[in-house]
Design a protein around this ligand. Structure first.
Ligand SMILES: Cc1cc2nc3c(=O)[nH]c(=O)nc-3n(C[C@H](O)[C@H](O)[C@H](O)COP(=O)(O)O)c2cc1C
Length: 169
């Protein structure tokens, strides 16, 4: 499927809405709730069976997704601010909690993401951080961007989880 050209038009999540999706262990979408499908602008059958990167926005740094996958493949959850790209080229920010889903043997059988509306404080801080990470990535690659993220967190005085959770309060 052809990738939409990003525009400056923003769709804003409603207070109290939850966008939910589930994937298989490889990140292929197996379920999306109604609001998740609606805001993406795709039809349900265009999303199901497709890689979750179908809604990846080019403004998102690779380092964030690397951290996300490192965490969930290691059976841990992660919270992250994510800028997504809708089918019509518009964007929408979410605050996502991504968790692994286990079978009875404790093996990963897929992943869940539950997203709510990000706080203004969170978006202000994170847009600036993502711009810096993206520019580091473009100039020197993802390992430089990961290094920079570490430095930014150190300067802010907390771990990734501490800083992210404090921004959403
Ligand atoms: C449960 C789950 C939900 C995800 N949700 C999103 C999402 O909303 N937007 C997004 O860009 N990537 C999401 N991802 C990450 C994508 O799988 C992918 O790593 C990312 O879009 C980067 O794509 P790329 O590695 O092809 O550049 C999600 C992954 C999982 C496991």
């Amino acid at each position: 499927m052809k990738r939409p050209a990003p525009t400056n038009r923003e769709k804003v999540m409603k207070d109290g809405d939850f966008l939910v999706s589930k994937t298989d262990p490889k990140g292929i979408i197996t379920y999306g709730n109604e609001i998740f499908i609606e805001i993406s602008g795709y039809q349900e059958d265009e999303l199901l069976g497709t890689q979750h990167s179908i809604i990846r926005h080019p403004d998102m740094p690779k380092a964030v997704f690397k951290l996300l996958w490192d965490r969930v493949k290691n059976k841990k959850e992660i919270f992250a601010y994510v800028k997504n790209l809708a089918k019509d080229g518009s964007f929408y920010w979410v605050f996502a909690n991504i968790t692994p889903d286990f079978n009875l043997k404790g093996e990963i059988r897929g992943f869940y993401s539950v997203r709510r509306k990000p706080t203004k404080k969170g978006l202000d801080a994170i847009s600036d951080i993502y711009t810096k990470l993206l520019s580091a990535e473009k100039m020197s690659g993802v390992s430089e961007s990961e290094k920079l993220l570490g430095e930014i967190l150190k300067e802010l005085g907390g771990t990734y989880d501490e800083i992210i959770m404090s921004l959403q309060k």
